[in-house]
Design a protein around this ligand. Structure first.
Ligand code: ADP
Ligand code: MG
Length: 629
């Protein structure tokens, strides 16, 4: 039997150096990571076995066993999952594949203290084992391979690892940690049980430990000791978190579960668990993260929803279950109706899937509405509460800007959904927010994800009104992005007939635009649209709650009743006097400008450029130019 030496990928070596030299602040997370890998491995086996039941061999049980040997100073995590072939062990335990780990590394600052807190938030997967072990041995056999094709992987966590072929009767993997002297307290039944409860209670798999009992010393004066009973006992709850009654789940358990599925060690802003009944039955557990991932703007970013069918894990990143503009949402959907062998292709055509996506969308929007309401009630937003039930939005049709309508969202019969937990959820959430006085949650959400939500105006016709109510902008009178359309309307001047906005690259550019002069003079608030997506998104929104939206940079701005008669007359008179000049300007600029007009909109500046009403705005034109069109 030969032993081969392999060098770690450079990043792994770098990471290991860090793990073994400086990251001790949160040593216990290694157990969370190893159990989560064991659980993933069992999920993978369950899934592969759907097509090939013989993979179970003579071991139908999927479970994790945790054992320790005080004398040998080892701690072992064994699972009956999919296992690894030799090639897989080399590939998976020698490189960093996980994006969360890469993200972790990119955030390292070099400051030991800050970095060691980061590891607690992220975890570094398998390599976390080296926080407590000076040597790790992994023994594994992939399901379906003969016992003679087992593998032993060993490393001391320095530059390299060794691999040899072994005979292993049991399918699955054992990770054997050779504990450091300063980590020997993990070789203790109570301590381990406590950690399993803390980190892994929500794992749907039984996590077992050998029972122990106290045995008195055999002779007078000899101390008693704990001895193993040989009975394996399940120490976690071992049913998937989302299958339990909501009232039995603590906030901490919800948060822990989020960390596990999202690989995000910062707590989520909000979550919602619901069993939905009706023509389509499913359980949804959805989370709003508290910060944007690095790849939020990556066009190929995967959605964060895991799909289960009757508790069986089917796939990660099921993008059919959530619209693209909510791609930052994390969670689990467990369907009672889909077939177990459902493929991505099949998902695209399924009516059930469409019903689930619509249900998820509505749920997320109501979570966001709750957050926004909590913030308004807390009085951080200066404005009055949105007239939630009155908002009415006209769909932007016949607009000159490109309006790609995703047809799949339209004409979809809304499934009759009976949501058992609907009322308590909203109330629960509102109460929770009020209680924690976490009134800044919506502001956080908006800062991190607001620009993505705006995509929904174009993408989700059915929910356009609800989305519009969730939008927040800065304005000519409010510096922070906290003004809703409803706030704006409540402050409109007597006689004002439109919601005015201006698009620009930055808030400063918007504020200094000559197009704003007249509005400032008249004391009319103007919303500042400074996201790249604003122009496109607003092309889908012609009005809010019966009031048209009007760009101050487009066409002739008619201030209607706000314009006083004297001004109008003066302008008309001026137009007469400067008519010859206008004609001249029109002639000189005939290739550059479509029209030259006298205006009342300027106060200090002599001239400004505007776009005709139906024209593309300058901002959009600039964007298209940048995109090479
Ligand atoms: P992640 O779990 O995010 O993929 P880890 O560093 O925790 O990252 O694990 C790296 C890889 O090693 C896993 O993706 C998996 O392929 C493999 N692996 C780790 N533990 C096990 C296990 N118990 N059984 C099978 N494969 C495992
Ligand atoms: Mg892992």
């Amino acid at each position: 039997m030969s032993t081969q030496k392999h060098a770690f990928q450079a990043e792994v070596a770098q990471l290991l150096h860090l793990v073994t030299h400086s990251l001790y602040s949160n040593p216990e997370i290694f157990l969370r990571e190893l159990i989560s890998n064991a659980s993933d491995a069992c999920d993978k086996l369950r899934f592969e076995a759907l097509a090939n039941p013989s993979l179970y061999g003579d071991q139908p049980e999927l479970e994790v066993r945790i054992s320790f040997d005080k004398a040998a100073k080892t701690l072992t995590v064994t699972d009956t999952g999919i296992g690894m072939s030799e090639a897989e062990a080399i590939a998976h335990l020698g490189t960093i594949a996980k994006s969360g780990t890469k993200e972790f590394m990119s955030k390292l600052s070099g400051d030991q203290k800050a970095d060691s807190q980061l590891i607690g938030q992220f975890g570094v997967g398998f390599y976390s084992g080296f926080i407590v072990a000076d040597k790790i041995t992994v023994e594994s056999r992939r399901a379906g391979l003969p016992a003679s094709e087992g593998v032993r992987w060993t490393s001391k966590g320095d530059g390299d690892f060794e691999v040899e072929t072994i005979t292993r009767e049991a399918r699955g993997t054992s990770v054997i940690l050779h504990l450091r002297e300063d980590a020997l307290d993990f070789a203790d039944g109570w301590r381990l049980k406590e950690l399993i409860n803390k980190y892994s209670d929500h794992i749907s798999l039984p996590i077992k430990m050998e029972g122990e009992k106290w045995e008195e010393g055999k002779e007078e004066g000899q101390p008693g000791q704990m001895v193993k009973t040989g009975e394996w006992e399940t120490v976690n709850q071992a049913n998937a978190l989302w299958t339990r009654p909501k009232k039995d789940i603590t906030d901490q358990q919800f948060k822990d579960f989020y960390q596990q599925i999202a690989h995000d060690w910062e707590p989520p802003l909000a979550w919602s668990l619901n069993r939905v009944e009706g023509s389509t039955e499913y359980t949804q557990l959805l989370y709003v993260p508290s910060h944007a991932p690095m790849d939020l703007w990556d066009r190929d970013k995967k959605a964060g929803i895991k799909l289960y069918v009757k508790r069986v894990f089917i796939m990660d990143d099921a993008e059919q279950l959530i619209p693209r503009y909510l791609r930052f949402i994390k969670g689990v959907v467990d369907s009672a109706d889909l077939p177990l062998n459902v493929s991505r292709e099949l998902l695209q055509e399924s009516r059930d899937v469409r019903a689930i996506r619509d249900g998820n969308t509505r749920r997320v929007l109501s979570m966001l509405e709750d957050m926004a309401k909590a913030q308004d009630t807390a009085g951080t937003a200066a404005a009055t509460e949105a007239p939630a039930s009155e908002g009415k939005i006209d769909v932007g049709s016949g607009d000159s800007t490109p309006a790609p309508e995703p047809t799949e969202l339209q004409g979809d019969a809304v499934t009759d959904v009976v949501d058992k937990n609907d009322a308590p959820t909203a109330a629960d959430a509102a109460a929770k927010f009020a209680e924690d006085n976490e009134s800044g949650k919506y502001a956080t959400f908006w800062r991190e994800f607001g620009a993505v939500l705006k995509e929904g105006l174009g993408e989700d016709t059915a929910n356009r009104e609800r989305i519009a109510k969730l939008l927040r902008y800065a304005s000519s009178t409010v510096d922070t992005e906290t003004v809703s359309f409803a706030d704006y309307k409540a402050r409109m001047k007597e006689g004002q007939k439109a919601i005015y906005y201006i698009t620009a690259d930055t808030a400063a550019a918007a504020r200094n635009s000559p197009q704003l002069e007249l509005f400032k003079k008249k004391g009319i608030e103007v919303l500042l649209m400074t996201d790249r997506v604003d122009e496109w998104a607003l092309s889908f929104l012609r009005e809010f709650d019966g009031t048209p939206l009007q760009s101050v940079a487009k066409g002739a701005v008619d201030l209607g009743d706000l314009q006083d008669e004297a001004e109008k007359k003066a302008a008309e008179a001026a137009a007469e006097t400067v008519k010859p000049l206008l004609e001249k300007l029109k002639d000189v600029l005939k290739n550059e400008a479509e029209d030259v007009r006298v205006t009342t909109r300027l106060v200090d500046s002599p001239a400004c450029l505007v776009v005709k009403d139906a024209g593309m705005s300058m901002q959009l034109a600039r964007m298209l130019k940048q995109a090479g069109q």
